[in-house]
Design a protein around this ligand. Structure first.
Ligand SMILES: Cc1ncc(COP(=O)(O)O)c(C=O)c1O
Length: 417
């Protein structure tokens, strides 16, 4: 999270004018909401595809897409249709009973991932917590680690959510500090360093938890071959490889999963965000029976996890991905975006990192902070969000077209001029 005030001369751009609907809505939010976010000064009331409209009728290109939760854009007709139809039939059973939605959804999601079982949850953090529990139980019951001794290796610079256990192994002080006492059992190694990972694995290690690309970290790409190296190492040492594909998965990088880019199949996928189509929170842990089979009735659950509404939307998402169209769009348009962004390096941009329709742009810190860049882009009708310091992340919806890529690149060129 960047801090505009930290830079001398920095200013918050475009304070909304008093008396405007934008000002009124922001004032109300500031009065009544806990300040766990620092939103840009735009109040959205409508959206369709890659475009949103604010309360004063201004249109903006959404180049953040709900941090990848809106991979298929706003109000995708197939997803809204699935949700509407389900709303008129059945929304919640709890897992005390079966629904006619959950089995078909889990079958097709497991098939998409090439795995045998699905454990449905709601939010991303909840799915990460679930994967941690699964790995620990697998460690005790299958691998034979002494009870209470299980360790999980995690990566420096990780972001897996903000529950108590997850922030216990976060090295971001904003997410971590003053929320202790922290959950033990995690060892941190540098991202992309295979030697350090090998050195950290002991007989008590049950899993390696990683993001194939670190999204919140600023779209950080590991060195080529690292994922394959992790796969080989975890196989050799009888440790589960858990890929958190909550942000990187479901088409974003130009393939169904970012792990596909290296031909790697982890033991466990953690999915979320786009699985709910930007409509309802849907997340899942997906793995084979020899891993997820350790879960027994009552040992894990969630009232809403696997609910019929979420399952109907999630199933429609899986159907969209099964066509391969969105992965292809992300590859094709991503190449165009990468080419345009590459031309900005040395012209106000220090570096860019791209995979599919996903990019981290390091703005020259002498020029402006990431936060300032977001404000300037907002003034030009483009919505993005900074991650750390001077890094801006682009994650436009995969329904974006060539014309919109051109708008995005023009806006970036203009603010850097
Ligand atoms: C890689 C990754 N894991 C987990 C999460 C947490 O998801 P949620 O915000 O739905 O809890 C995020 C959210 O940004 C994420 O990017």
């Amino acid at each position: 999270m960047s801090d505009t005030a930290a830079r001398p001369g920095a200013r918050e751009h475009r304070s909304p004018d008093p008396g405007t609907p934008t000002h009124a809505h922001i004032s109300l939010a500031e009065l009544w909401l806990a300040s766990n976010y620092h939103p840009l000064p735009v109040v959205i009331s409508h959206a369709e595809g890659a475009w949103v409209t604010d309360v004063e009728g201004r249109r903006y290109l959404d180049a953040l897409a709900g941090y990848s939760a809106l991979n298929f854009g706003h109000l995708h007709p197939a997803l809204v249709g699935a949700a509407r139809a389900q709303l008129d039939r059945l929304t919640l059973t709890s897992r005390a009973f079966h629904s006619d939605r959950l089995g078909p959804f889990c079958r097709d999601l497991a098939t998409l991932a090439g795995k045998e079982l699905v454990l449905p949850m709601n939010t991303g953090a909840e799915a990460v917590e679930t994967a941690i529990k699964v790995a620990r139980r697998w460690g005790y019951e299958v691998k034979g680690v002494p009870d209470g001794q299980a360790r999980i290796v995690v990566m420096a610079g990780n972001f897996h959510g903000r529950t108590t256990t997850i922030i216990s192994f976060s090295d971001d002080p904003v997410a971590h500090d003053h929320y202790g006492p922290y959950t033990p059992g995690f060892d941190t190694v540098p991202y992309g360093d295979l030697g350090a990972l090998e050195a950290a694995i002991t007989d008590d290690t049950v899993a390696v938890l990683l993001e194939p690309i670190q999204g919140e970290g600023g779209v950080i790409l590991p060195p080529d071959g690292w994922l394959r190296g992790v796969r080989d190492l975890t196989r050799r040492t009888n440790v589960l490889m858990i890929a958190d594909e909550i942000q990187s998965g479901l088409g974003r990088t130009g393939s169904t999963f970012a792990c596909d880019l290296e031909g790697v199949v982890p033991d466990v996928y953690i999915l979320g965000k786009a699985l709910g189509g930007g409509i309802v929170p849907v997340s899942a842990v997906v793995a084979d029976r020899d891993v997820l089979g350790v879960i027994t009735p009552g040992s894990h659950g969630s009232t809403f996890g696997g609910n019929p509404l979420g399952a109907a939307v999630g199933h429609a998402v899986v159907d969209l991905l099964a066509t391969g169209e969105y992965q292809q769009r992300a590859r094709h348009l991503g190449a165009e975006l990468a080419a345009g962004l590459g031309e900005l390096v040395g012209h106000g941009v220090d570096a860019v990192r791209c995979r599919g329709l996903w990019a981290g742009i390091d703005i020259d810190p002498g020029l402006m902070t990431g936060r300032e860049a977001c404000h300037r882009l907002l003034e030009r009708g483009v919505l993005v969000k900074d991650t750390h310091g001077s890094t801006v992340r682009l994650a436009p919806p995969l329904v974006i077209g060539e014309a919109e890529i051109a708008i995005l690149l023009d806006a970036l060129r203009a603010i850097l001029r």
